[in-house]
Each structure stands twice: as structure tokens, then as C-alpha cells.
Design a binder for this molecule. Sequence first.
Ligand SMILES: Nc1ncnc2c1ncn2[C@@H]1O[C@H](COP(=O)(O)OP(=O)(O)OP(=O)(O)O)[C@@H](O)[C@H]1O
Length: 559
Amino acid sequence: MSAEASAILEALDPDQREIAEALRGPVSVLAGAGTGKTRAITHRIAYGVRSGVYDPERVLAVTFTRKAAGELQGRLRDLGVEGVRANTFHGAALAQLGHFWPQFVGGDAPKLIPGKVATISHAVEALGLRFGAETLRDLAAEIEWRKVSMISIDEYAHRIDERPKLVGVDAEKMVAIQQGYQHVLEERRQIDFEDVLVLLAGMLEVEPRASLQVRERYRFFTVDEFQDVSPLQHHLLSLWLGARDDVCVVGDASQTIYSFAGAASKYLLGFGLEYPNAREFRLERNYRSVEPVVHSANRLMRDRPGALHLSPMRTEVAPQPTFEWFATEQDEARAVAQSIATALKAGTPASEIAVLYRTNAQSARIEESLTNEGIPSRVHGAQRFFDRADVRRAILLIRAQAKAGDSRPLFQVVSDMLREVGWSTKPPQGAAEREKWEALNSILAMADDQSPTTSIVEFSEELLARQRAQHEPKFEAVTLSAVHAAKGLEWKFVHVVGMSEGIFPISHAVAEHEIEEERRLAYVAFTRARDELLVSGYQSAARVSRRPSRFVSEAGILR
Ligand SMILES: Nc1ncnc2c1ncn2[C@@H]1O[C@H](COP(=O)(O)OP(=O)(O)OP(=O)(O)O)[C@@H](O)[C@H]1O
């Protein structure tokens, strides 16, 4: 083994190392929260490449979000590995569909619609019906569920009694709307997000030349967050693999949070049945969180099927998770903002603090209270860093300057370019202005982090690579995020707000399996915290008197 390859293994614990060394054949990794699964899979790929077993061009790593794909590629770059493709199922499928369509069907692939609501609305009107925005969104979710579950409209019509009822949409209307929607798409030669996978899967099934090309192109697969794959994604993965079995799947059944949308942890837990020669590994050493946070997380999941028992690796003395109860949402938001102000004064960077909530609508109150305290915040997922107009302009200017040539120190060149886009040394006041400032400032911070010899040309290339991979720099703002979007992320201080019955668990979760999913969501939220977990809730909302969430006492977090 080369020295370079063995150096990669040195950063791993014995369990992670075993995974990194299991380069061939089917492998499943059951990895608890914060146990270093991302570390294990990136090092496994890097080790495979460095030891010569993998040709990097033939490795495909499938992640849950584009951001995660960018981060994975960033981590591989840090390990000196280039050329590995990381993408979401959707991103990879879209690229393949665009590639194969002209070859096997002719002409361009149908056009992808940006969202379903406008098309559904059209189909609904054609049926002489009218629904509000909420119902249209629920209809979109139902169509998505049907497609990712690989159920035809006819079969759906037979099983409709098993599905949740939408107000004002009886079974007959639901089926007619689904048919109408599909009809509008076909008429306009358009496809939706799920159709990308459906069409590609169909093409790989009937066109052996297409499946051969894919299997030639990709030989080694890794799928992250495998507990949340849908039947459609699972089917596509089997088509990519064909008769081969060089696949490594990684996940945690306790973090299945998309089963409402058709995802199923059965593929992760049943991997050994699907591939009888599979090797199964477990990661249960938690490196992320202090002991009291790990204990709370374990308590919350105690005796749940498929739950792993986490062993805390960080054993320093640390504060217990806290629970605070407020009269109103406003009181809670104010107190959270004050507590964050105190943490910032004590030196915690804003990027190390997050406020997590069950539904997006909860962000406004918190954002307002933070703004009142003069604290920069950023709603996670609202706009991607590299899609911001100010960031794009700054990158263009930096690239132009690199082309023109500028031998001054990097920091000076970059700060001059940023000034042209409106950056100055002193942060401004208003929330939007402050967010822009923080975005530009993070580019400067990146320049500051480079080695002293980095030239503007090298820096501009680094920026471009990160932009392509959507690998964002650290942004000095408090993160506000719905728990669903916080999957895979971590912060030093995590506030989980709105922990009241009817909010989290959400009021419409009634059946046992729905409450189970809410519990897993709470588990994801709690396990994002490295040093401090601060949970809170409020009593009065829309004249309803609420009690503290059951998950607070289940996790043993006391007032
Ligand atoms: N062997 C190790 N030694 C020290 N620290 C580690 C080790 N493995 C992982 N960590 C640290 O533990 C934390 C979690 O690692 P990582 O981000 O890879 O987690 P994860 O398992 O993907 O998490 P999750 O499933 O909760 O999203 C990180 O801060 C990482 O640096």
C-alpha cells in the first residue's frame, strides 16, 4: 500500500477503517447520528482511488442534496482526490436523460417544469374545479408520492382509500386531477421532477445500449442517506448496477424523516436480504456531541426498531440540555434571540448557532427577534450562496482581475473587488444589507484562509470549483432551518423551538407511524448539537393552550 493511501486510513477509528477497507462488493453501513459516516464514506472513496482499486472517473456518490454533494466533493478534494462524481439521484438522472434522449429517442428531451402547482392548477380548472394554494400544494405532494412509489394512476385509483383525504377532493376528483395533470404535461411535452427518474428508468429497461453505457461509465456506487430512498430511486439504483454489486449504502433508520413523501427505511434494513453476500458495518461512536446530548438522543430512541445505541466519545464536563417554557411564541422568540446575543458576546461565532423548527412558517418570528437584537441570520435553503447576485458579481470581478493579472497580496486584491460590489470594513445595520455583507465577507474570509503564497489566479480557480460544486464558504450568520433541511448538518449551539404538543409533534400527526416519524425528526434535531442543546416551547397559540412536547420528557430533558 502506498504511503498516501495508508495516511488516509490514519484519520479513522477502527470501525470507520474497516468500512474504508471494504472496497468491493455490497456493503451496508448503519451509522448513528454524528458517528462520522460522511468521514467514513469520503475516506473509503479516497482510499479506493489512492490504492488504485477505483478509477475516480467511474465512481458515483449519490447524496440527498446538491449541497451535500458539493461538500462531499470538497472533502474529497481536501484528501487530494479529484474526478469523482457526486450528485443527487435527480441530478445524475437528469444528466443521463439529457445524454440518452437524442441518441435513443431523437431530438431534445421534454422540458422539465420548475414546479407542479401551475400545471395542476390548469388541470383543476379544466375540470371546472377551484382550489386554494394550500390544496394545490397538497395535490402536488400526492402526485409526487404516487410517482416515487411507482404506482400507476389505475392502481392508485384502487388504493385510494389508504391515502389521506384532502378537504374538498373526493376519490373521483383526485383520480381525474392526476389524469388531467399528466395529460397537460404530455400535451405540452413537459415532464416533472419525478418523471426524470421514471423516464430514465424506462429507457434503461428497454434500451440495452443505454444501460450498457451507464454501466461502462459508473462502476462503484455509494449512496448516502439510504434510509430515505424511495422505491423509484431504489429501482434506478438497481438499473445502474445491473448484475454488479459494487455498492455501498449508508444510513440510519432513526433518521428516516421522509416516509410521508414515499421514502422507506426497509431498503436499508433489508439490504442483507437483497444482497445475501453483503457485509454490514455499524458506526455507533458519536464524535459530534457532548455526553448529555448523546444520552438524551439515546433516551428518545430507546427500544425503537432499528435504533442504534450511540456511545459518546466526548466525555468532557458539559451542560445538560435545557428546556424552557414560555407563555407565547413571541416571548419564546425574544428569549432565544437574547440567549443567542449572550453566546455571541461570549465569543461563539454566529455560524456555530442554529435555530431549528418544525415548519417553515415558524422562521419569521425568530428572524424578527434576531434582527431586533442586531444579529445576522440566514434562513437555510432560502437562496443558495452561489446563486446570490452579489456573490456572482464578486466572483466575476475576481475572475476578471485574475485574467488581467495582479501581483498584490491576495487579501488586498479580493477586498478591492468586494468593495466594488458594496462591501466595506464595517457591517451595515438592516437585515438584508447585513446578509449581503456577510455573504461578501465570507469570500474575504476564504481568501484569508488561503496559504500566504496563493495567487489571485489560484484563488479564482478555487472559487470556480466551489461554485460548480455548490460548496459554500462559512457564512457568519445564525442559521434558521426547518428540521428536515438540517439533516446532515451540525452546530455548536442548537436551539430547537416550538416544542409544544400540536406543533412538534405537528397536529396532523395522529397515527402511530406518523408520531414515530415526528420522533425521528426530533432525534435529527437534537443530534445536530455539538456542545449545547437548548429546547423551548410555548403554551398559547391561536387561542389553543398547549402542553410541552412529549419528546422533551421522553428524552429526559427537564425544566
Ligand atoms: N474518527 C473520528 N475522530 C474524531 N472525530 C471524528 C471522527 N469521525 C467523525 N468525527 C467528527 O464527528 C462529527 C460527525 O461526523 P460526520 O459529519 O462525518 O457525521 P455523520 O455521521 O455524517 O453525521 P449525521 O448522520 O448525524 O449527519 C464531525 O464533527 C467529525 O469531524
